[in-house]
Design a protein around this ligand. Structure first.
Ligand code: UDP
Ligand code: MG
Length: 137
């Protein structure tokens, strides 16, 4: 059993695909172990994406991530990290495989609907960023 952190980003909330994203995880046998909606400040978004602080897109990305509410969730199951990444599709929707969330809903490489931890190490930073242990079932 593995845990990963997923986010329906502000564009996904606006496009009304919260349920669609969760449903795609559930249909692949993954389980939702924690879930909430919140609105990040720019500083909080900077903290979440601190690994990208030197990247040229850092300021724009953290602006986007703090422009509206998001839904954050812990997704659990066998191989949850790679399964969620597969269901999401490639970062750039133009390169995302057909039938993935990003291919179906994302408008561009920044506004790409969904986040998923990319490794155990990332999940270990990202899950406690949003949830305390008593909030995860
Ligand atoms: N991003 C961007 N421009 C880029 C690469 C990434 O705006 O050239 C944004 C995009 O929203 C992406 C996030 O930054 O989801 C984090 O980038 P990462 O490379 O970690 O992609 P992910 O793991 O989300 O597929
Ligand atoms: Mg990433």
């Amino acid at each position: 059993m593995e845990r990963t952190l997923s986010i329906v980003k502000p564009d996904g909330v606006k496009k009304n695909v919260i349920g669609e994203v969760i449903s795609r995880f559930e249909k692949k046998g993954l389980r939702i172990s924690a879930l909430k909606m919140l609105h990040l400040s720019k500083d909080e978004a900077r903290g979440f994406y601190i690994v990208h602080k030197e990247r040229p897109f850092y300021d724009s990305l953290t602006g986007f991530m703090s422009e509206g509410p998001i839904v954050v969730m812990v997704v659990s199951g066998d191989g949850a990290i790679s399964k969620v990444r597969e269901i999401m599709g490639a970062t750039n929707p133009k390169e995302a495989a057909p039938g993935t969330i990003r291919a179906d809903f994302a408008s561009d490489i920044e506004h790409n609907i969904v986040h998923g931890s990319d490794s155990v190490k990332s999940a270990e930073y990202e899950i406690p960023f949003f949830f305390s242990s008593i909030e995860i079932v």
